[in-house]
Design a protein around this ligand. Sequence first.
Ligand SMILES: Nc1ncnc2c1ncn2[C@@H]1O[C@H](COP(=O)(O)OP(=O)(O)OP(=O)(O)O)[C@@H](O)[C@H]1O
Length: 346
Amino acid sequence: MITLTNIGKTFPGTRRRPAVTALDDVSLTVERGQVMGVVGPSGSGKSTLARIVNLLERPTRGTVTVDGVELTALSAGQLNSARRGIGMIFQQFNLLDSRTALANVELPLELAGVGRAERRARATELLQRVGLGDKLGSHPAQLSGGQRQRVAIARALAPRPRVLLCDEATSALDPVSTASVLTLLRDLTDELDLTTVLITHEMDVVKRACDHVTLLEAGRVVDAGALSDVVRRPLSPLATRLLPHPQAPVGEPVVEVTVGGAGHDAVLTELIRRYDVQVAVVAGSVETLGDQRFGRLQLRLDGAPEQVRPALEFLAAADPGGRDPGSEDTHDLDDRALRALEEAVA
Ligand SMILES: Nc1ncnc2c1ncn2[C@@H]1O[C@H](COP(=O)(O)OP(=O)(O)OP(=O)(O)O)[C@@H](O)[C@H]1O
């Protein structure tokens, strides 16, 4: 588990350039078994945040706690051993070209003084797990980008860390390799009960692999939480990009609904069952996030006013009222209804 509390980071200025506040009062918690996406535009502070989690960069303010140990309170020696519990992978893989895949994965174990037979067995097992059992003797130059990142993942996991930090881990990969590396990271998090943080500028990475998300803008958290909550009730324009507002034709009277996700009432089914109204999908966007589907749809209700009015009131009352979506007309519908609407949109 990772807890960052009120983290601030200011890089001091010089005579030629002013001081930069890279992070301002950032707090976040990642539980074991979660994959947290930290996403934001260039310069929003993502890499600084990644480096602060393992204290490669010291925060100016705030505390970093990993698995119950407050890293910000440790001495340099204590910090070195605490860092062994944190694996890291990078955009550029950072493998040693002169070493085989097997020897790259063995390296952190070698540095920790693990005996040859034991480290060879562990590295072989990990390379097999990441799908490279037939590439043990290959050098990085003989591997594709996706394969190199798999070696880097195996190397990061060799010392059995509890936390995995991934800084733009798929940014240098093609779409197919990106998808398979993200699936691997998701699966390994479940299998090994890791606490995983994916730092990325790509919203697609969050949509595919994360169950929680923290959105950064100019060093501040603008939205955070379980992906399904942030999608349903976005608090920022950045969060709205996870599931964009559809564009209804100007002047068309519509009600916007956000549908999908687990545990929500069958509102649309009920709406159609209870009221004598025609429901037309005027515009919509549908996204698969993790293993759930979500839609943001603009509907037109047609019928006699004495049916349409209570139907709209029903939609308004059915809104769980969690987070303010910035629109009074956002309601929850069920998965079955979503599928029907999805077909109608397509
Ligand atoms: N060592 C440093 N000295 C001075 N300023 C820095 C330093 N490192 C980062 N910054 C500044 O801090 C801000 C956040 O940078 P950071 O690299 O964390 O952002 P980022 O979201 O990772 O961006 P990118 O996606 O472009 O890598 C930027 O304004 C950057 O210029």
